[in-house]
Ligand binder design. Structure first.
Ligand code: NAD
Length: 307
């Protein structure tokens, strides 16, 4: 198997810098036609410039690839619709969407003002939903789509000073889980990336001795796998410095407490003794979880439930 993207059209948001730039170059090098989207804003989301997206397009074209630059703000439905229309006019399809655009407004929760929260949610979460929504009917019609959501361990595991960003990045999980289920019949696969790389966004925050390893280019091959034809769906890739791991959300096996045993103290005692790393279950969807919990209760009552 050799992963290639010949004949495929990809949109990469926030592709003027850092990770998005690397992903756009990587897709183009393997044959994809690429919309290089970037608003050209500062790390805190202020300002705009069309120059950086164009510079990446020039690089792709200089390497013999095909690309167009687009300056849409991912949070603006009209601008995103126009971007998708440009891709359709030029190439007639959209196969891959890499949601990557992002900003930071780091502050502790006590110091964060709501404007920062709305701005961060707007770019990361709303921007991702707006872009997914704009390509969704096209991917359904084509019976083909590969969508990547860029999450972060800040949302999945927590990071001091990043409550606004963490809410947005954890929100990707909900979006992936549902789009994975709803897209399956049209071969639309949805995955998530939790990267860590040296970019302008993380400048000065990472250990200096690791910086040489933590290039965006050390992550991109994992992204290319995720959005490839035989790539997975509902898969969270953890990636940094050329190392890759899969992130999974697990749930411990349910314990049933009958009437008379179901006290707060009994439940506390149970969780004090449960090892959260052992005997865990992986849920395919929300119904699976219902089946697990209600099933354990029904078993104690001597019957089974068909969900
Ligand atoms: P970066 O600042 O180098 O690149 C982000 C790009 O997004 C910029 O070029 C910016 O102009 C663009 N952008 C910002 N707002 C936009 C908007 N509204 N519309 C279109 N483009 C917009 O940052 P990066 O480190 O390459 O981050 C890329 C993604 O990866 C982000 O979503 C970030 O949250 C995520 N991420 C990065 C790291 C890391 O270690 N660098 C870790 C976890 C997650």
């Amino acid at each position: 198997m050799t992963i290639r993207f010949d004949g495929r059209v990809a949109i990469v948001t926030g592709a003027g810098n850092g990770l998005g730039r690397s992903h756009a170059l990587g897709l183009a090098a393997l044959g994809a036609k690429v919309v290089v989207n970037d608003l050209g804003s500062a790390t805190n989301g202020s300002g705009s410039s069309s120059a950086i997206a164009q510079a990446v397009v020039d690089e792709i074209v200089g390497n013999g690839g095909e690309a167009i630059a687009d300056g849409a703000d991912v949070a603006d439905e009209g601008q995103v619709a126009a971007m998708v229309a440009r891709a359709m006019d030029k190439w007639g399809r959209v196969d891959i969407l890499l949601n990557n655009a992002g900003i930071l407004r780091d502050k502790t929760f006590s110091k964060m003002d709501m404007e920062d929260y709305h701005k961060v949610m707007g770019v990361h979460m709303t921007g991702t939903v707006v872009c997914c929504k704009a390509v969704w009917p096209i991917m359904r019609e084509q019976n083909y789509g590969r969508i990547l959501l860029t999450s972060s361990t800040s949302g999945l595991y927590g990071n001091f000073g990043q409550s606004n960003y963490a809410v947005a990045k954890a929100g990707m999980l909900g979006l992936m889980n549902v789009l994975h289920l709803e897209g399956a019949k049209n071969d639309i696969r949805v995955t998530m990336l939790a990267p860590s790389a040296v970019t302008r966004m993380t400048e000065g925050l990472l250990p200096q001795e690791a910086e040489a390893l933590m290039r965006p280019e050390a992550i991109t091959p994992g992204v290319l796998y995720l959005v490839s034809e035989d790539g997975p769906s509902r898969f969270i890739l953890s990636a940094s410095a050329g190392s890759f791991a899969r992130i999974l959300l697990h749930e411990t096996r349910p314990a049933y407490f009958g009437d008379g045993e179901r006290t707060p103290d009994a439940i506390a005692a149970h969780f004090n003794s449960v090892d959260p790393h052992k005997d865990v279950l992986f849920m395919e969807n929300a119904f699976e979880q219902n089946k697990s919990l209600v099933g354990a209760a029904a078993e104690k009552h001597g019957f089974s439930v068909a969900f």
